[in-house]
Write a protein that binds this ligand. Sequence first.
Ligand code: NAD
Ligand code: ZN
Length: 344
Amino acid sequence: MKALQYRAIGAPPEVVEVDTPEPGPGEVRLRVTAAGLCHSDWFLMGLPADQYVYGLPLTLGHEAAGVVDKLGPGATGVALGDSVAVYGPWGCGRCRACAQGREDYCPNAAGLGIAPPGLGAPGAMAEYMIVDDPRHLVRLDGLDPVDCVSLTDAGLTPYHAIRSSSDKLWPGSTAVVIGVGGLGHVAVQILRATTAATIVAVDLDDDKLALATEVGAHHTVRSDSHAALRIRELTDGIGAEVVFDFVGAEATLQIAKEVVALDGDVQIVGIGGATLPTGFFSTPFGASVRAPYWGSRSELLEVLDLARSGAVRVHVERFGLADAPEAYRRLHDGDIRGRAVVVP
Ligand code: NAD
Ligand code: ZN
């Protein structure tokens, strides 16, 4: 089969021919119907050799949807032909976090060598992929895989961040969304669907700000040295109860620090490499700073239900597997509106 692999540190990913995988005991093979591109793929492809921990060659793709194609010995709970989405942050399945469906915070996964597809295990940018356990599959029940595959990360990750700040997002509150890319444009919609907060979207790019308005942002602010002042003005000086930073760079965390309200939350979702020190006379009294990771299994079901209700729609640009390297180049250049999805 064909697969898109990251094969050498610093080299662009390439489409190669590899053996079609066989499902082992308890595993499920999917014929991939859609695979989303995430900026995190660029994060890992930008790491120097001494920090790179994902194995080579690595088949990319941690947003996955497919049709159940073959069951390994003893695998039950799904049937051949089921159209499913893949829950990506695989845990051990037995600890307290996993028992709550919060496999994204499994303390045992790393030690057991369990890694998400596309982030250690072979990912979805291929004709077929292996899923380690049927519990990591969610039936799409009529949802289109290409339209919905990115809800497994670009939907689930912002949903998880938003839910954990929901007690701050009362009517009259302000939520700032920095970075209206794959995750950010879904975040705006989830905020609209699940809260009554006023949404201020921040981006460097005018077209991304236009997309933010299209998907429901109340205000847009260009990400420059005046951004914090502008957001303070929009909030009558109070600031934003919650800031969601989908970039995580020095410049955006500076905006977050300057606009977060007293007792507000900063959710650093973007892996831009910067940090935000917190303490007295650094961040406002009561402010919390958090770096949430992905989301829980039950939250994935909720995000898919939001899509079913029509409240959330991913803006998708489709590519074939052969064009995936080009899609990654465009993602790198900030040239994707919404999410790029590969259809093998
Ligand atoms: P993307 O490339 O689709 O979107 C990034 C957006 O940020 C673009 O619209 C870009 O114009 C904008 N941007 C860049 N620099 C900016 C700046 N200085 N100010 C304002 N806007 C700026 O990326 P994505 O796939 O949506 O991923 C967003 C981030 O989230 C990445 O860092 C990714 O690695 C990270 N991520 C984290 C998790 C997690 O679990 N925490 C999960 C998925 C992705
Ligand atoms: Zn991702």
